[in-house]
Design a protein around this ligand. Structure first.
Ligand SMILES: [Zn+2]
Length: 366
């Protein structure tokens, strides 16, 4: 039965997802298992058959015991090792019917899926969690969103997010750089480059940063912290360390809470250089007694982490949020990042196509 799930996954599910992402790329055997990972770990939070099958089967067996219905022990025994090839058997995974009997009755399946996800992510050396980005994209207000995952603007970013080439062949060198630079530089046309190409008109302004900031503010307002947006910290601030210094900083978000003396500053930066960005943000606030959490968001919308630790971990620990909430925040930030970037991708592709056509008209071969 598990084998038929694996076949279904390889022959139907993976091609359907690649079609949705408009990708003709070759994928490796671990691609399917990676898609089950949360968005913040480079997955899409999808319930992949190879990951969900055993938890569903064993979870149901556990629930049935309560109803005095026993599945044959041999079938349970056969189901126990049915996990994706990428996941080595997790430490707390049941190994006998006796173990299945002892599983907690509460969210049995969900907990087993979590064990496999953790295991897969540890094989891929990444961490943290959040739900399904494609579902949230589809459920998003189309008027506000303006795009869906099949859209030509969104697809390159999603492809990039799951580790597939963002652009199909033919776009491997940036046509804008090639057309406009005097020395005809050949710049590889990656997803990152398309967002930051110096020859792109209608490029990224501050909208992406501001969308992320506002998303965080909105989600954190439901928690017991007072949230202030774009708050100036000057010499005269109650948290200033050295009042002789003429320094100022504008915090994207300042969070305070009665009873907590140390306020928390959240500062957003979109960068693929997590370590350097974290350091410079901390230095920027050295003259104030505040706890800085640098919200380093990767160009792909993912959480920028150093040694597997990113702003979601700090937010969970410092603000006292649970893993579920932090996962939802990470997802919303990814969406906010993407909402702005799809417009830029769109502009890039339009201008790149025009550059291609112009080159052809000029008889140039590129
Ligand atoms: Zn370029």
């Amino acid at each position: 039965m598990f084998e038929s799930q694996l076949d279904f996954e390889q022959q139907k599910v993976v091609p359907a997802i690649l079609k949705l992402l408009q990708s003709s790329a070759e994928t490796d055997k671990d691609f399917a298992a990676r898609l089950c990972l949360p968005v913040s770990q480079g997955g899409l939070g999808l319930a992949m058959p190879s990951v969900v099958w055993a938890p569903a089967y064993l979870g149901a067996a556990r629930q049935l015991i309560e109803l005095k219905v026993e599945r044959p022990e041999a079938l349970i025994q056969d189901a126990l090792p049915c996990i994706p090839a990428l996941a080595a058997t997790p430490k707390d995974w049941p190994t006998s019917y006796g173990d299945v009997r002892k599983l907690s009755l509460e969210s049995t399946q969900k907990k087993l899926v979590r064990l496999l996800q953790d295991n897969i992510s540890s094989q891929l050396t990444v961490s943290v969690d959040s739900p399904n980005v494609i579902r949230s994209l589809l459920a998003a207000d189309p008027a506000a969103m303006g795009r869906n995952p099949c859209d030509e603007g969104a697809a390159p970013m999603l492809r990039n997010h799951v580790g597939l080439p963002a652009f199909e062949t033919g776009h491997d060198v940036c046509p804008l750089c090639l057309a406009r630079s005097v020395n005809h530089r050949s710049v590889p046309c990656s997803a990152e480059h398309s967002l930051t190409c110096p020859f792109l008109r209608e490029g990224l302004g501050s909208e992406r940063h501001d969308q992320i900031r506002d998303t965080l503010a909105k989600l954190l307002r439901g928690h017991p912290w007072r949230v202030r947006v774009e708050h100036w910290l000057g010499r005269g601030s109650e948290w200033t360390v050295d009042r002789t210094k003429r320094v100022k900083a504008r915090a994207d978000l300042l969070l305070t809470r009665p009873g907590h003396t140390e306020p928390v500053v959240l500062d957003v930066v979109v960068s693929n250089h997590a370590s350097a960005s974290m350091r410079s943000k901390k230095e920027q606030y050295a003259n104030w007694n505040v706890r800085v959490i640098p919200v380093v968001v990767r160009q792909s919308g993912g959480v920028g982490a150093v040694h597997g630790r990113g702003w979601t971990d700090e937010m969970r620990d410092v603000l006292g949020l649970d893993a579920e909430t932090v996962g939802q925040i990470a997802d919303a930030v990814m969406m906010a990042c993407m909402r702005q970037q799809v417009h830029v991708f769109h502009a890039f592709m339009r201008q790149a196509d025009a550059a291609h056509r112009q080159a052809e008209a000029n008889g140039l071969n590129h």
